[in-house]
Design a protein. Structure first.
Length: 103
């Protein structure tokens, strides 16, 4: 069996050292919960844990956008395009119908 063309060992692998950022929303929501539950401060009249979770949603959205941008800069998009081209070529070689975009 020949290796798939998108697994070319001579191609430089994209750097993905930034993926640890995706752990921060988890730590924000679950790791800090024991410390946040007893805070009496009420921003905008909301219980602090509720405000904390709402801030966590905003933080997670910002981090997801940041990781997406860093992935694009690292060349992950080119790797994904090569992967999809290899899949389409393999499907064509097997006589399968090509996939439609978005399915």
């Amino acid at each position: 069996m020949t290796p798939a063309p998108y697994l070319d060992p001579s191609a430089p692998a994209p750097r993905r050292g930034h993926l640890w950022l995706l752990c921060l929303p988890f730590v924000w929501q679950l790791g800090m919960a024991p410390f946040i539950n007893d805070v009496a401060y009420k921003p905008f009249g909301l219980p602090f844990p509720l405000a904390w979770q709402m801030m966590g949603v905003v933080l997670a959205s910002v981090l997801f956008a940041l990781v997406f941008a860093l992935d694009r800069r690292a060349g992950v998009e080119a790797e994904e395009n090569a992967f999809m081209a290899a899949i389409e070529a393999e499907e064509a070689a097997l006589g399968l119908q090509p996939r439609q975009a978005g399915h």
